[in-house]
Ligand binder design. Structure first.
Ligand SMILES: Cc1cc2nc3c(=O)[nH]c(=O)nc-3n(C[C@H](O)[C@H](O)[C@H](O)COP(=O)(O)O)c2cc1C
Length: 205
């Protein structure tokens, strides 16, 4: 049966294309999701060329009541609005993220700054912050040269898991292709095993 309403959001954070391991794993993940959901819609948000950082105009617009926003305010928020719409539409997210300098690439941080919006994707309540996005599976494909994902030098995967949770998304799976500089083939094999397990759990659920 064709699954034309099912939407896959793919986000790529690598600056590399031809030799990017995270992109290769994202290709494989999307292919498998498409096999499970023939006819699924794919939204591809490629951050390889970077994203603009939020600036003074963006902050001012974001903190202005929606009803009071001027044309300039709305223009300042346009890209951010688009990124939030992509997120809302997604039934599953495939996020390919290389580790750069122990954290996430600047483009991925810029994406987070553009989608984490009070009263839009999270809100403050007397009990604390509350995420406003519906839960859905997120597969984070994390590539590193040497640092082990989950080790104390990994400031990327815990950060991303926290951000997704902050926005209301808890079904987050971190797939690690780590230590690629030591043994690339072994690291890829380990990542594929993790991906198999995560996707199998999904089909079984
Ligand atoms: C600018 C830059 C910074 C990097 N910083 C780290 C790092 O802090 N720790 C690490 O283990 N690998 C680091 N690496 C290696 C990458 O994480 C590794 O090459 C990974 O495969 C990149 O993802 P990609 O193959 O999808 O491009 C860095 C690579 C680049 C280009």
């Amino acid at each position: 049966m064709n699954d034309t309403t099912f939407t896959i959001l793919r986000i790529d954070g690598s600056a590399r294309y031809a030799d990017s391991v995270s992109r290769r794993l994202a290709d494989e993940t999307v292919e498998r999701l498409r096999a499970a959901h023939p006819g699924a819609r794919l939204i591809h948000r490629d951050l390889g060329a970077g994203l603009p950082a939020i600036d003074e105009a963006w902050v001012a617009a974001n903190f202005t009541d929606p009803e009071a926003r001027t044309t300039e305010h709305r223009a300042a928020l346009a890209l951010s609005d688009t990124l939030v719409e992509e997120l809302r539409a997604a039934d599953v997210v495939v996020m390919a993220v290389p580790m750069y300098n122990f954290g996430v690439p600047a483009s991925v941080k810029a994406w987070v700054d553009l989608v984490a919006r009070a009263r839009v994707t999270f809100r403050y309540t007397p009990q604390g912050p509350e995420g406003l996005l519906r839960d859905r599976p997120v597969y984070i494909l994390m590539a590193t040269g040497g640092v082990r994902v989950g080790s104390e030098l990994d400031f990327a995967s815990g950060y991303l898991r926290h951000i997704w949770g902050f926005l209301g998304v808890r079904d987050v799976h971190v797939i690690a292709a780590d230590g690629l500089n030591r043994d690339g083939e072994q690291a890829l094999a380990r990542a594929r095993e993790q991906l198999d397990a995560a996707l199998a759990a999904r089909v079984a659920a």
